[in-house]
Design a protein around this ligand. Structure first.
Ligand code: ZN
Length: 262
């Protein structure tokens, strides 16, 4: 099997502006995520960040990407709309997308979901338990009953997402809230996985089970097939069974709308 080509996208703002975040992620969040995925021979990993030309997401890069991961927080509005449109089209055509933590407010996630994607939150360094609610799901492989994070940011319900097609994780927080933190959807041919842990002020992406979930999520999101071959006009003589065309018709023989005549 060919290696799965993974592009890890990170806005890379907090790590350059906040000393504590830089201490936890000296190579950036993207560097930590890349280091977590690179040991697997099944992945080839590249990274891309906001300040690169076209945010590092040129046609060439996206055409060589099977699964894109997305972390953003402070600079969602600085992501160019034409790049978002390009990523959106690639997802519809089959590229997988793994959206992490505050990426729930990214342009690309909101466009794919079609809903607010809003939630409530609290930054208090409280305990989070990420409960596996679907242990048979491929993204939960290798995990125990839950992942316990000593310090996390609370994300709480209601979460303004369309009802997930598959639910893998539900988080509980020390302060009492719960959250649908591991959810799957398909859009067109593309698979989308959202995973909530990953606040930049805590070393969450260094946790082996969190890394395992992201690796599993990337595997799950791999392209599944080819885009639908539509729109496509099927001429009478190419119909699977022999037919005789009967009028009236508003299309000409090539399938174009004929000009209106009375
Ligand atoms: Zn956060």
């Amino acid at each position: 099997m060919n290696p799965l080509r993974v592009t890890i996208w990170n806005e890379f703002v907090h790590e350059q502006e906040n000393r504590e975040v830089a201490r936890i992620y000296p190579q950036g969040l993207h560097g930590a995520l890349a280091a977590a995925l690179r040991p697997f021979p099944e992945f080839t990993v590249r990274t891309a960040t906001l300040r690169e030309p076209e945010h590092g997401l040129t046609d060439e890069v996206l055409n060589q990407t099977d699964v894109l991961t997305w972390w953003g927080h402070a600079a969602h509005e600085r992501v160019r709309d034409d790049v978002v449109a390009r990523v959106h089209q690639r997802v519809i055509d089959g590229m997988g997308l793994v959206v992490l933590h505050s990426g729930h407010e990214s342009k690309i996630f909101k466009r794919l979901m079609g809903t607010s994607c809003h939630l409530c939150w609290r930054e208090a360094g409280e305990r989070e338990r990420v409960w596996v609610v679907n242990p048979g799901h491929p993204i939960a492989q290798g995990l125990g009953h839950c992942i316990e994070l000593e310090n996390s940011e609370m994300y709480g319900e209601p979460f303004g997402i369309p009802t997930p097609e598959e639910q893998v994780f539900v988080s509980w927080f020390e302060g009492g809230e719960v959250f649908r933190g591991g959810n799957c959807w398909t859009r067109g041919c593309g698979r989308i996985f959202y995973f909530s842990p990953g606040h930049e002020a805590y070393p969450i992406y260094h946790h082996p089970d969190i890394q395992r979930v992201i690796a599993n999520g990337v595997r799950w999101a791999r392209p599944q097939g080819r885009p639908a071959d539509v729109p496509r006009h099927v001429p009478v003589e190419q119909a699977p069974e022999k037919i005789t065309a009967r009028g009236p018709s508003v299309h000409d023989a090539a399938g174009r709308l004929a000009s209106a005549k009375s």
